[in-house]
Write a protein that binds this ligand. Structure first.
Ligand code: SF4
Length: 362
């Protein structure tokens, strides 16, 4: 299949020279340590560079090497991951590290298929690690690269279709500088991040505008094309922050969230979902079963939280149970267990719960 983008060798050269001068100085660009590069890539899929820097340093401080990470407790890893969202990616990070210990003697493999076989490592991450750390000629295709390619070739194939993925993969491979794959891949992404931005591409400052078809046709801001947006459903969640004084200690209740639902493996507090289906636990009943005399507050904090396919409408209430002088905290549904309030922040919670705890100064 011929290449749609014209003058690939000129683009490669101009892009590489531009990157050498204009690249941001980022710690993962100063290393060939495959583990550090992998960490940075997994983090940067979740957040922007500025916030990503902080997570990158925190992870490397806690787990300086891959064997350190592999030996970590999942709860501690999720705690560090807190705020990045997509907790399955945090869990996959740990699973992949453990698999590397078992299969590859603690070093990330320099083989594309072996990398790709690790949990959470897709085409993009495998190409990034293998080109940045090992200098192998694999093209990275992330959102920035899709955008740059679509504009360079003025390609209107929707990027979110199987056909689009095939076409853009072909263009990325054809354009790749096989002599300097790490520099080329990073330059493509850097151009997308700094110059060829989604809404207002700075074509006048662009090092490859001379060969850019969309620029010549005045179509840069109309590309790339996407076929369709994902339908977002709403989910209403009412959380109840329940406290009880037992002697000098104040207790609250938490649980580890179950598998197969959002925030799997993180912790939450008693939850009532009005639109939960009949198989779900009857939390209204549960609240009725609490010891008599509990005081339910008005909503303390309300927020919306966007996940890939869901908009969560979240409300927090407080419930104060009658204090007892001695004994053990009240018992209710076995999913939840009482912990001293001072230990609450030691558990990994989803972002909306942490925000609520901040609001009530915990
Ligand atoms: Fe993007 Fe404009 Fe450069 Fe084309 S000329 S690659 S549209 S910034």
């Amino acid at each position: 299949m011929p290449c749609i983008i014209s003058s690939p060798s000129e683009i490669r050269r101009a892009l590489g020279q531009w990157f050498d001068v204009h690249k941001r100085d980022l710690p993962w660009r100063r290393t060939h340590d495959a583990y550090a590069i992998w960490l940075s890539e997994v983090i940067l899929q979740q957040t922007r560079v500025v916030q990503g820097l902080d997570y990158y340093h925190r992870f490397l401080t806690a787990y300086p090497t891959l064997p350190d990470l592999a030996a970590a407790d999942e709860q501690d890893v999720l705690h560090l991951w807190q705020g990045l969202g997509y907790y399955s990616r945090g869990r996959n990070l740990l699973r992949a590290a453990r698999m590397v210990m078992e299969r590859h003697e603690g070093s990330l493999p320099d083989d594309y298929d072996a990398l790709r076989a690790l949990p959470g490592i897709g085409d993009y991450t495998a190409a990034a690690v293998i080109s940045f750390a090992y200098g192998k000629p694999y093209a990275c295709v992330d959102g920035n690269v899709y955008r740059v390619l679509s504009r360079l070739g003025c390609m209107d194939t929707p990027i979110d279709t199987p056909e689009g993925k095939k076409v853009f993969r072909h263009e990325a491979d054809a354009l790749l500088d096989k002599t300097h794959p790490a520099r080329h891949n990073q330059a493509m992404m850097e151009l997308g991040a700094l110059v060829c931005t989604p809404k207002t591409p700075q074509c006048e400052q662009c090092p490859v505008s001379e060969w850019c078809a969309a620029y010549k046709l005045g179509m840069a801001d109309q590309l790339p094309i996407k076929q369709g947006k994902i339908a977002i459903k709403e989910r209403v969640m009412n959380f109840f922050f329940i406290t009880q004084s037992v002697g000098d200690e104040v207790y609250t209740w938490v649980r580890r969230r179950p598998a197969g639902d959002v925030w799997q493996g993180l912790y939450d507090i008693p939850l009532v979902e009005p639109d939960a289906n009949a198989d779900d636990l009857d939390w209204t009943q549960l609240l009725c079963e609490l010891p008599a005399g509990g005081v339910l507050s008005s909503p303390v904090y309300t927020c919306k939280h966007l996940l890939t396919h869901r908009r969560l409408i979240i409300t927090f209430y407080r419930v104060e149970l009658p204090p007892v002088v001695s004994g053990v905290p009240a018992q209710f549904h076995s999913d939840y267990f009482a912990i001293p309030m001072g230990e609450l922040r030691q558990y990994p919670f989803p972002k909306p719960l942490n925000t609520f705890f901040d609001k009530i100064s915990l």
